[in-house]
Design a protein around this ligand. Structure first.
Ligand code: SAH
Ligand code: SF4
Length: 362
């Protein structure tokens, strides 16, 4: 099977062309047609030679993931289920907010981290996504928007908050991010991309070898015992180790780390949890994003009361922290992360019942 074009960064493609007897300038031409003009009709690529078109035809595939289901919520959030070339499916979500349109991107099929509150975590890891499958989510939805909403409609922001642990798939996520940032490809600004991680310490320690995008840490509790209950990764990398690694993250001037805090009724939403958070986090270097737990059928946990969520935020704001609440989006079409995929597989023929995938932490 030919390799996917979208696996290549600009520099990789230049090298690949040179290795095969083409000029490195051809990479700029092909990137322009595909990423800037989003024109896939090679017969109209006027500045690309016949010889190069033949080479592309024989060696590179331009196929994108296929949309097999999409739904729009009352709040304007759109969820999509994409089918990959091997029949696996992943979710991606478009979230509109004032002046931006954010795409929530998946990095793996399933996830090996196995957080107890997460629907994706119950599936284990089936496989990493390729670079092409990560950028392919963005390109597929960009085309969908042009065709179904407006030719000028653009996705302005990306969050790696879909299925999977992005740092577990470090190299492919890194290459995809390079393409998101590269002016020759998608040309998004560094501040428009956010990577969320459950706290995979060895990979956080490698972030100096990663493009300087925003980093969000899924903290969920500042108390080791509670965090371990929620996230088995905390047994391997507890809060002390996690924060030793976080302190070394190379941050650009005035940038702060975002801490995601899943609020669960009666578990991590009390005064003692606020005290622990304040002891752990530095006001100037942190932003806290509260996420009310999104219940799904069979989930062990309950969402917090509205008053508790507001109280939690106000307490932190009064103590000088920047703290916001992430509104749960798209509730009326689907519930939590990973659920759409599961519901879909139940009713679909090509998806065979399979064993759980790889699990890293127990
Ligand atoms: N694996 C990465 C990124 C994907 S999950 C991570 O864990 O950070 C993105 C966010 O969704 C995480 O903060 C995760 O804790 C949160 N999440 C998972 N399940 C959820 C649920 N049922 N309700 C609300 N947030 C959830
Ligand atoms: Fe994986 Fe993130 Fe879900 Fe945890 S919350 S299981 S790390 S996707």
């Amino acid at each position: 099977m030919p390799n996917s074009f979208y696996n290549y960064t600009f520099i990789d493609l230049q090298a690949y062309f040179v290795e095969n007897g083409f000029s490195k300038f051809c990479a700029k031409q092909v990137f322009d047609w595909v990423y800037k003009k989003q024109n896939f009709d090679q017969s109209s690529w006027s500045n690309v030679s016949k010889k190069l078109k033949e080479f592309l035809f024989l060696n590179l595939s331009f196929d994108l993931p296929e949309i097999v289901w999409s739904g729009e919520s009352r709040d304007g959030t759109r969820k999509f289920l994409l089918k990959l070339s091997d029949g696996e499916t992943i979710e991606t979500v478009l979230i509109p907010a004032r002046d931006r349109l954010t795409q929530c991107i998946s990095s793996q099929v399933g996830c090996a981290i196995g957080c107890n509150f997460c629907h994706t975590g119950t599936q284990g890891l089936k496989r990493h996504l390729t670079t092409a499958e990560i950028t392919g989510q963005y390109l597929r939805l960009s085309l969908w928007l042009k065709e179904n909403v407006h030719v000028e409609e653009r996705i302005t922001n990306i969050v790696y908050m879909g299925q999977g642990e992005p740092l577990h798939n470090f190299q492919n996520v890194k290459k995809a991010t390079e393409n998101f940032l590269d002016d020759c490809a998608f040309g998004l600004g560094q501040r428009r991309i956010t990577l969320s991680t459950s706290g995979l310490v060895p990979k956080i320690e490698m972030l100096d070898d990663f493009p300087p995008i925003n980093i969000a840490i899924s903290l969920h509790s500042a108390r080791n015992d509670i965090r371990t209950e929620l996230m088995p990764i905390n047994k391997a990398y507890d809060l002390e180790r996690l924060f030793r690694a976080i302190k070394k993250i190379p941050l650009k001037a005035h940038r702060r780390i975002t801490y995601e805090y899943l609020l669960i009724d009666g578990l991590n939403d009390g005064p003692i949890d606020i005290e622990a958070l304040c002891r752990l986090l530095n006001r100037k270097e942190s932003k806290i994003n509260l996420i009310p737990f999104n219940e799904y059928p069979g989930s062990d946990y309950k969402k917090p009361k509205k008053e508790t969520t507001l109280w939690f935020m106000n307490e932190l704001n009064q103590r000088g922290y920047t703290c916001t609440i992430r509104q749960t989006k798209g509730d009326d079409i689907l519930a939590a992360c990973g659920q759409l995929k599961t519901e879909y597989e139940k009713i679909n023929l090509w998806s065979e019942e399979s064993d759980k995938g790889e699990v890293l932490f127990k």
